[in-house]
Design a protein around this ligand. Sequence first.
Ligand SMILES: Nc1ncnc2c1ncn2[C@@H]1O[C@H](COP(=O)(O)OP(=O)(O)OP(=O)(O)O)[C@@H](O)[C@H]1O
Length: 611
Amino acid sequence: MARRIKFKSEVGRLLDIVIHSLYKHRDIFLRELISNSVDALNKLKFKQLQGEEIADGELEHRIDIKVDQNEKTIEIIDTGIGMTEDEIIENLGTIAHSGTKKFLELLDKKDNVTEELIGQFGVGFYSVFMVAEKVEVVSKSYLKDAYPVKWISEGKERFTVDTVEGEVKRGTSVKIYLKEDALEFLSESRIEAIVDRYSKFVPYPIYLNGRKLKQVKPLWLENPNSLKKEDYEEFYKYLTKSELKPLSYLHIYSDAPVDLKSIIYIPPFSLVKFGIEDDTGIRLYNRKVLIDEKTEELVPDYLRFLKGVVDSEDIQLNISRETIQNDPVVLRLKKTITSKFIKHLKDFLKKDRANYNLFFDEFGVYLKEGIVKDYPEKQDLAELLLFEYTDGNEKITLSEYLEKTDYKDSIYYIVGEDRKTIEKSPYLEQFYQKGVPVLILTQVLDETVIEHIGKFKEAEFKLITREDITLEKGEKAEKTIEEEDKKFLEKVKEILKDRIFDAVISTRLVKSPYCLVSQKNSPSSQMERMMNALNKFYVPSKKILEFNPSHPVYKNLKRFILNSNDKELKETLLNSIVDAAELSEGFLSDIPSSVERYNQLIERFLELDKK
Ligand SMILES: Nc1ncnc2c1ncn2[C@@H]1O[C@H](COP(=O)(O)OP(=O)(O)OP(=O)(O)O)[C@@H](O)[C@H]1O
């Protein structure tokens, strides 16, 4: 007896979107149906290899497309795993697929949603209603005692499920009664072109009205020397069901020490950035048998943005989610893939800098994560990082930095919120004067990354806002301090004891009269502010106030501090100096008090003028 069942409300919504032409290309419906057939055949093959009992075991694994001009129908038939009555109601009546749910969420967000991004999802089976007036699905499960079922829908509120009379073999057929405006799909050459475009890598034969269509061998099993860039790009589109091109790819083709045939792709952008989990990852095969659709264990966590296929005949077919993580073959594959991929990135960096820059902008943060999490290959990852620096607008690697400096044992860096403020800061004066480049870090994470790298090729990282950073060598690095200077510095320290840790004579300043520097080993001011924001009990360490002894302000200030009896003015003046030094770092710790001090100074100046 036929049953009429209502679609779940979310399906209703999806159908509405699909029917009102979500896609630019309506022909995508065929890709989606063939892809479902491939999934069904993959699942069946897997069950067979595991020795399960299968109905109609002798059937060839294949996909048939039948076009009927009189009926105005297209039928897609597979000999896959099939569906039972319960399964067909569940699978075609609700949105089980998490990717499709995410797709709906994405539509809710609206901003940033581009046609391309939508294309990344594929709304699966329901896309058939872009071209169908009515759809009839007949399916028979692989289970021995399953009976065939028929599902019919016109893409409206309800669908019908019924049993089928007569003999039906295992698998699924989807019959589409085309809409009047979609009759173009009755053309065989059109269908052939669509299969060629979207489905030529399908690992099962596809027949069109009984004629076998031309297909391509799984690309990863081909010798890389026989393949062109376009082949890899086509395969990427097939894998990701998108129209995008990868940023880069790597083909690994080796038999020993472990059998490994793999194509790994760097996608053009990160879906995660849009708050969406990516459904395509790395597929695991054993001699073309799909074992897992998205295997996270084949690359370290920080390379989770990669896509592609890995095929190895050393993998056990009965490997499960639980055992995969500690499987010795998987671990060996992971090690090989990781080291080959890192080598690939080094080549990518050397040979195609423009695209590498794009890669780094998009995925550099993942490499940094690998360093911060102390993966064994972190020194290799460090070689792949790009940094902004003072002498140019393009970003450079740490090796390139070392080539540009005469101080080979040090990699100088400065941390700040924006490049403009940093470039004008007093800490850089001596570096500009001596032509020594300094890395500019504008992301808080970068400072942590540097700490985790530790040393790079014998060079130490030096934060230039810390004390004792001088480019002077030998005698010049020694500060000659007269008795009078000592007295002045003592006085300054006494007056500012709540705000500074020490007051000293500087060897780093060229043009500026003074600056604040951090104590040895303490984090940058940016890092301290972040720590303070996260934990209000974190007390930032006090700074050291450095004076430039050859600046005219210094001599006059010294005279005034040592000789004047105006205690209040001395306090206001010195505190304002600290305020100004803070400002040149791009930050003021206590805005109301400093404004008050500036106003006091203005008042005093105007009084002087009156006299
Ligand atoms: N030819 C088929 N054979 C067996 N089961 C099928 C077939 N077509 C669809 N299904 C079942 O219906 C479900 C829903 O299909 P649908 O195409 O909407 O989503 P999906 O294939 O899971 O995801 P997507 O196509 O978005 O990757 C499938 O997961 C599958 O269980």
